[in-house]
Ligand binder design. Structure first.
Ligand code: KG4
Ligand code: ZN
Length: 340
């Protein structure tokens, strides 16, 4: 019988300190996420120094809890996976240093995981039978792309944003509407109460990539103009119109790429994959005979279970790091082409 592989993963790329134990890349045995959102909300966004400091304060307890929640010790673990990029360098360094220390002390192999590849793997935890190839719409605070997942380790980026990421635009629009950080979930909630009365333009640009900076500026100008003229505008309508413009173009491009590639399975990943309008739009593909995969809501945002899943597939390929591993604030997907 094949031996079960248990990966302990650590994630600290932004404002969540997380650790998880996952069996065979698909089954979550424990998943601890300690969010710092309440602290950063006071400042209207993530303060890098405060994020690093808080990771340092709690990383040992979070890792200990991930082990004790499944009655494990390090002796039950086959490898330690850690997010080494992309993200805030100081925050990443806390997880990377801690993972290196664990590996040094316990003689376990170290696996260096790309955060974005981790987001895609959240789907393997929600759908244990999901296998490549499939198309994945990746929408987070730092990335927006349609990726062909050719194999567990091979990605083909078909199109991506030329400026801001989708989640970044959600956060900036939320800020101009006076909503608290993080803005994405707030806009999601408010949009349900509004109508798409503002004719904001699409995010798809002429070469098929995405641009969010124009849409973001259009929304900001609309709100500022109204404020200057003393005209009251419906924030719910702005949220609804913005959401429609931010998402419809992505979904249309996703459909085009599905047709071009002839793939019959589509997945979404990243923080914005929690958006209810996006989920309902992508769900519509099921009526056209497409299998639609969406991570369960608790796995859309940053977590270590997705890092453990990615780590498992790297373990299978013998892709190990050594103790010279360093944090990488910017990191492309394996095989990602430079922007056109
Ligand atoms: O993947 P993630 O947790 O962190 C990165 O890797 O960037 O994504 C965070 C982003 C934030 O911009 C946040 O506002 C957005 O995901 N987000 C949402 C929703 N939930 C989180 N955006 C729209 N609707 C949501 N429900
Ligand atoms: Zn993320």
């Amino acid at each position: 019988m094949k031996k079960d592989i248990h990966i302990l993963a650590i994630e600290s790329s932004c404002d969540e300190t997380a650790a998880s134990v996952v069996k065979n890349g698909r089954e979550i045995l424990s998943n601890v996420v300690l969010s710092q959102i309440d602290i950063h909300r006071l400042y209207g966004g993530v303060v890098p120094e405060i994020a690093s400091h808080n990771h340092i304060e709690c990383i040992d307890k979070v890792v200990q809890k991930a082990l004790s929640d499944c009655n494990f010790t390090l002796q039950n673990i086959d490898a330690v996976a850690v997010t080494y990029g992309a993200g805030l360098v100081g925050a990443l360094l806390v997880g990377v240093s801690f993972a290196k220390g664990l590996c040094q002390a316990s003689n376990l192999p170290l696996i260096a995981v790309n955060h974005i590849e981790g987001h895609i793997c959240a789907n393997y935890l929600t759908y244990p039978d999901l296998q490549p190839p499939y198309l994945c719409l990746l929408v987070s605070g730092g990335h927006t792309a349609i990726v062909k997942v050719v194999d567990y380790d091979k990605y083909d980026v078909l199109c991506s944003t030329v400026d801001d990421a989708c989640g970044e635009a959600f956060d900036k629009v939320a800020r101009v509407l006076g909503l608290p950080y993080p803005g994405g979930p707030q806009i999601d909630k408010l949009a349900k109460e509004g109508k798409p009365t503002f004719p904001f333009h699409s995010v798809v640009v002429s070469n098929g990539n995405f641009s969010y900076s124009g849409l973001k500026t259009a929304v900001i100008n609309t709100v500022h103009n109204a404020t200057q003229k003393g005209v009251e505008i419906s924030k719910a309508d702005v949220a609804c119109s913005f959401t429609k413009s931010a998402i419809d173009g992505l979904v249309d491009r996703l459909w085009q790429e599905l047709n071009k590639t002839n793939l019959k399975t589509v997945a979404i990943a990243g923080g914005v994959s929690a958006n209810s309008y996006l989920r309902s739009r992508v769900q519509e593909f099921e009526q056209k005979g497409i299998r639609v995969c969406m991570p369960q809501l608790s796995l859309c945002g940053d977590n270590a279970a997705m890092i453990a899943s990615r780590g498992y597939f790297m373990f299978q390929e013998g892709q190990f790091a050594d103790l010279s591993l360093n944090a990488q604030p910017t990191l492309k997907l394996r095989g990602e082409k430079p922007r056109r």
